[in-house]
Ligand binder design. Structure first.
Ligand SMILES: *Cc1c(COP(=O)(O)O)cnc(C)c1O
Length: 370
């Protein structure tokens, strides 16, 4: 609980200030604040190891890697994506002059439904941009089959999927590229930050040019790049936070189990369950309210929680496809997206973060049970 007695939906994982000060002192001594500095390189190395991926490029937030991935792969025309995500997914397409084509989601995983992708492909389609929503892996095998059949690239928005593994393999290894967000609200944070994961050294080089204005040398610019560089202070902060991320995920797992144990008895409330063979990161704890069975609508429950100082969030409501930029698109019609529409109208993400106490969880459960 924070000082205002409110239980918020999330609370950032912070390294100890005491541990951080020597890092700051070292950065002050080095007088090298950004542009691929010591801690930037250290964090890239540490993340490659932790995430079991060969190449990673750090960014200053999680939106720029999405935009840069599209540039690096020269994606144009139309891209197939999900309306059930944070707006940045679709915005990254729009900023690149690409038309998003929304496809409905699977009711179990809340991820893009592979069965509905082929019908949305046109001669202009060049890529698929799925999202591992709540850290639940997409059907990567089916998506790759479709991509191979039609010659499409696949860029995963893996902003929720830090540390998620399928079998022994990182979920970030699927597709052509994957992106991460290290925003303060995510499982692993650098305050603001993000990363782009690719599969070969040449591509990483190109990404690193693109995130530094396109500079390939002191006087050579090879592309219309952007400034996406992460600075030394946040890189060092990330190195420290990485040391406690496993214990944070373990705490999240225990909280998820406490929620599941109590909520399984509540009629009209459902939640997602673990998938065998997947290492989950418990980044969110969404519940889905069946108003008829529960006897109260989602919004009434959301308001009731708020009155009791529990701030859930309706992620992802409204759907991206309903916002003014996108609602005129043919694929944005609610008839095209019945499952996403229904889920968006029933979801509440309950508070979930490593520092949430068992007592807080009990308070939340009691409000939902009554
Ligand atoms: C958080 C998030 C982003 C954007 O990340 P920022 O670091 O906030 O720019 C993109 N996609 C999804 C699905 C997210 O949840």
């Amino acid at each position: 609980m924070n000082e205002s007695n409110q239980i918020t939906v999330t609370s950032p994982l912070l390294p100890s200030l005491e541990d951080f000060i020597p890092y700051l002192q070292d950065i002050w001594n080095r007088k090298w604040l950004t542009n691929n500095g010591h801690y930037h390189q250290e964090l890239e190395k540490a993340l490659c190891e932790y995430l079991k991926v060969p190449y990673i490029s750090l960014f200053t937030n999680g939106t720029l890697p999405l935009m840069t991935a599209l540039q690096a792969l020269r994606i144009t025309g139309e891209v197939i994506t999900t309306p059930y995500s944070f707006v940045a997914t679709t915005h990254s397409l729009w900023w690149n002059g690409i038309k998003p084509v929304f496809v409905d989601i699977d009711p179990v995983t809340c991820n893009i439904d592979p069965d509905k992708i082929e019908a949305a492909i046109t001669p202009k389609t060049t890529a698929i941009m799925p999202v591992h929503v709540y850290g639940y892996p997409c059907d990567t095998e089916r998506i790759q089959e479709i991509a191979d059949k039609y010659g499409l690239k696949v860029i995963y928005d893996a902003a929720h999927a830090f540390g998620v593994e399928v079998g022994e393999k990182s979920v970030l290894e699927f597709g052509d590229m994957s992106t991460l967000s290290f925003h303060a609200t995510k499982v692993f944070n650098t305050i603001e930050g993000g990363a782009l994961i690719c599969r070969d050294a040449e591509t990483k080089k190109r990404i690193d040019y693109l995130k530094n204005f396109g500079f390939a040398g002191e006087t050579e610019v090879v592309a219309p790049g952007i400034n996406g560089k992460m600075d030394e202070v946040r890189s060092a902060y990330g190195l420290l936070n990485l040391k406690q991320v496993d214990s944070a995920i373990e705490k999240r797992r225990k909280i998820a189990n406490q929620y599941k144990k109590s909520l399984q008895e509540v009629n009209g409330i459902s939640f997602m369950t673990d998938i065998q063979n997947v290492r989950h990161n418990y980044s969110y704890f969404p519940i889905f309210v069946d108003a008829d069975k529960y006897g109260m609508t989602r919004d009434k429950l959301y308001e009731k929680m708020k009155e009791n100082n529990v701030l859930g969030r309706r992620y992802f409501y409204p759907l991206i496809s309903t916002f003014s930029t996108y609602r005129g698109l043919d694929s944005a019609r609610p008839e095209n997206l019945p499952i996403a529409t229904k889920i968006a109208e029933s979801v509440i993400c309950l508070p979930m973060y490593a520092g949430l106490t068992g007592n807080d969880v009990e308070i939340i459960i009691e409000i939902i049970k009554n």
